[in-house]
Structures are given as structure tokens and as C-alpha cells.
Design a binder for this molecule. Structure first.
Ligand SMILES: NC(=O)C1=CN([C@@H]2O[C@H](COP(=O)(O)OP(=O)(O)OC[C@H]3O[C@@H](n4cnc5c(N)ncnc54)[C@H](OP(=O)(O)O)[C@@H]3O)[C@@H](O)[C@H]2O)C=CC1
Ligand SMILES: Nc1nc(=O)c2c([nH]1)NC[C@@H]1CN(c3ccc(C(=O)N[C@@H](CCC(=O)O)C(=O)O)cc3)C=[N+]21
Length: 300
């Protein structure tokens, strides 16, 4: 059997179209234009590409994009002063500080500085707590995109065995919470998990968010399972020429697609959904800040 390859790009376009519809409605009926501020500290080339793509996608859906590029040696106090200004700026509804940041800065303290209602990454303690207690949270973009894709693909997720590999605050933990909310039986695996292969073999849904190239082979996958590959890893690609590289996920796509029922590719899978959900979260934040109804089709 060969798996159905899930087209993240196409589904991201669907989400972006929903976002654009809400943006038009907010402008026409309420005179509000949602705005997203993205802050990049330092010159990581991969981050620069992501931040640029986020800005383009934001403007394409009719929202305002505010990009702030700060030098790598920016003192903590200057970054906090910027975040404070964005917190207070009524034109800004979402704030994202791109990670990783240079070593003299603390990701945890940065997240704590962002107003929780503008925390479109869903990383604040408030948002994590709301999600964990089943309340209206801002869910982290990548897990939100994965959940939407899973529902679109499988329908009702009730009772399914789901294994999330990875327990980061950005991906693994919120992913597990969202699956639990949809009544999956959830296992969270990590670097100290005893028998990862056996754990993964039980799963109807596998979400791999590790950051290790092609670590999940096809023979760990239960036949027919739905495999969501979050990993973004750059590996050498000598076949493309000397010094060339290519992107691969945490799953060994070639062997896994022979066993799985559905699988996301890398690139073109979860990545585009993350950016679409960042826009979705910005609209959600905007609606909540202005006391308007929750935007349909954009939240978990
Ligand atoms: N497509 C997208 O939009 C996005 C992609 N990513 C990508 O997803 C991947 C994960 O990101 P993120 O969650 O931020 O990464 P982190 O490095 O924060 O977390 C990785 C997790 O993987 C676990 N892990 C490490 N080695 C193993 C192992 N051998 N077996 C099982 N578990 C292991 C770690 O366990 P432990 O806690 O025990 O150390 C940790 O919980 C990365 O490749 C990242 O680039 C991230 C965000 C968005
Ligand atoms: N505060 C914060 N929030 C994040 O959500 C966050 C972050 N920091 N730091 C880095 C990770 C990574 N991440 C990606 C987003 C989109 C793609 C994406 O669009 N990928 C394309 C390929 C892009 C390419 O070709 O390089 C794809 O998979 O098709 C990838 C990775 C968000 N992250």
C-alpha cells in the first residue's frame, strides 16, 4: 500500500482564504485591520527566510505586518522596551518573537513579557494553562495546523491512539493537549522513552516533532496510520551538487509512505500550515481583543 500524501500547501491555502474572509469582514463591519508584529533578533539565515515569508503571507491576507529586525547584540532591556511598545499598540494584535534568540537572551522571559492576549505563538504560561485546563487558549501555530489537518483527513478523532514524539512547549506538549481535547488516547514520547519503536507501532496517529533527520523508519509505523511529520532538518544532498543541501523531516518518508495510510511530506506539509495558523491566531487575537465572536474555522 502506498500512503495518501497530505498536501499541506493546499490546505494552508484553504486556511488563508478563511483568514482573508474574516479580515474583510473585520474591515468592512468594524473598521478594524488585524496586525501582526514579528521580531527577529540576530541574523540567522533560516529565520530571515521564515520571517520574510510570514510578512508576505500577512499582507496577502489583507492584514498589517510590522517587522522588527534587531542586531544580535541587542540588550535585553531594548528588546523588552520594543515588546512593551507592541503590547500597548492598538494596531498590533499578534506578537511573535522568532526563536532561537542569541544566548544572552532568555526565551522564557521574552514570552513572559508579551501580553498573553497577543501571544499568537501560544507559548505564555497563561495560554499553556488555558489549553491544559480545556479553556479558550491561543494554541501554538504548528499543533493547531496539525490538528486541523488531522480532522480534515480523518474526521472525528475520538478514541484514536495518538503518539506525539517530542515534548517541547512549542510543539509536543500543546499537540498532545489538543489531541486529548479531541478525545484521542495520547502518549507523549521523548528522548528517555524506553521502547520508542514499540510505542510508535501502537499509534493510529503519529506526530513526529524531534528535530532528528529521518529517525522514524517505516517499520515503526502501524499499517494505515496517519503520520504527521513536523521536523525540519537540513541534510547534505551531494546528488544535487557539491555542498548542496535539502530539507527532510523526522520521518523516513520513502519507507514510511509504503506503510502509512496518510503522510505529510517535508517540505510542503506542516510548514505551510504553521504560517497559515499564525495568521489565523492573529485574527482570533484581534476578535478577542475587540470582544467580537470567535472567528469560525480558525480555532481548535
Ligand atoms: N514545520 C514547522 O512548522 C515547525 C517545525 N519545527 C521543527 O520540529 C522539530 C522539533 O521542534 P521543537 O519541538 O521546537 O524541538 P525541541 O528541540 O525543543 O524538542 C525536541 C524534542 O524531541 C525529543 N527528542 C530528542 N531526541 C529524541 C530521540 N532520540 N527520541 C525521542 N525523542 C527525542 C526531545 O526530548 P527531551 O525533552 O527528552 O530532550 C524533545 O522533547 C524541529 O525539527 C523543528 O525545526 C518546529 C516548529 C515549527
Ligand atoms: N517563536 C517561534 N515560533 C515558531 O513557530 C517558530 C520559531 N519561533 N522558530 C522556528 C520554528 C520553525 N518554524 C517553521 C515555520 C514554517 C516552516 C515552513 O514554511 N517550511 C516550508 C519550507 C521552507 C524552506 O524551504 O526552507 C515547508 O515545510 O514546506 C518551517 C518552520 C516555525 N518556528
Amino acid at each position: 500500500m502506498s500512503a495518501d500524501i497530505l498536501d499541506g500547501k493546499a490546505f494552508a491555502a484553504t486556511i488563508r482564504a478563511r483568514v482573508a474572509g474574516h479580515v474583510t469582514r473585520l474591515k468592512d463591519s468594524h473598521g478594524i485591520t488585524p496586525g501582526l508584529a514579528v521580531v527577529l533578533v540576530g541574523e540567522d539565515p533560516a529565520s530571515e527566510v521564515y520571517v520574510r515569508n510570514k510578512g508576505i503571507a500577512t499582507v496577502e491576507t489583507g492584514m498589517n505586518s510590522f517587522e522588527h529586525k534587531l542586531p544580535a547584540e541587542t540588550p535585553e532591556a531594548d528588546l523588552y522596551a520594543l515588546i512593551d511598545r507592541l503590547n500597548a499598540d492598538p494596531a498590533v494584535h499578534g506578537i511573535l518573537v522568532q526563536f532561537p534568540v542569541p544566548a544572552h537572551l532568555s526565551e522564557r522571559d521574552i514570552v513572559a513579557r508579551i501580553a498573553p492576549e497577543k501571544d499568537v505563538d501560544g507559548l505564555s504560561v497563561i495560554n499553556a494553562g488555558l489549553l491544559a485546563s480545556g479553556q479558550n487558549a491561543m494554541a501554538s501555530c504548528t499543533p493547531l495546523g496539525c490538528l486541523m489537518l488531522l480532522r480534515e483527513t480523518l474526521g472525528d478523532l475520538t478514541g484514536k491512539d495518538a503518539v506525539v514524539i517530542g515534548r517541547s512547549n512549542l510543539v509536543g506538549k500543546p499537540m498532545a493537549q489538543l489531541l486529548l481535547r479531541d478525545s484521542c488516547t495520547v502518549t507523549i514520547a521523548h528522548s528517555r522513552t524506553k521502547d520508542l519503536a514499540e510505542t510508535v507501532r501502537r499509534a493510529d496517529i503519529v506526530v513526529a516533532a524531534v528535530g532528528r533527520a529521518q529517525m522514524v523508519p517505516g517499520d515503526w509505523i502501524k499499517p494505515g496510520a496517519c503520520v504527521i511529520d513536523v521536523g525540519i532538518n537540513r541534510i547534505p544532498a551531494p546528488e544535487k551538487g557539491e555542498g548542496k543541501t535539502r530539507l527532510v523531516g523526522d520521518v523516513d518518508f520513502a519507507s514510511a509512505r509504503e506503510v502509512a495510510g496518510h503522510i505529510t511530506p517535508v517540505p510542503g506539509g506542516v510548514g505551510p500550515l504553521t504560517i497559515a495558523c499564525l495568521l489565523a491566531n492573529t485574527v482570533t487575537a484581534c476578535c478577542r481583543i475587540h470582544g467580537l465572536d470567535e472567528p469560525e474555522g480558525l480555532t481548535a
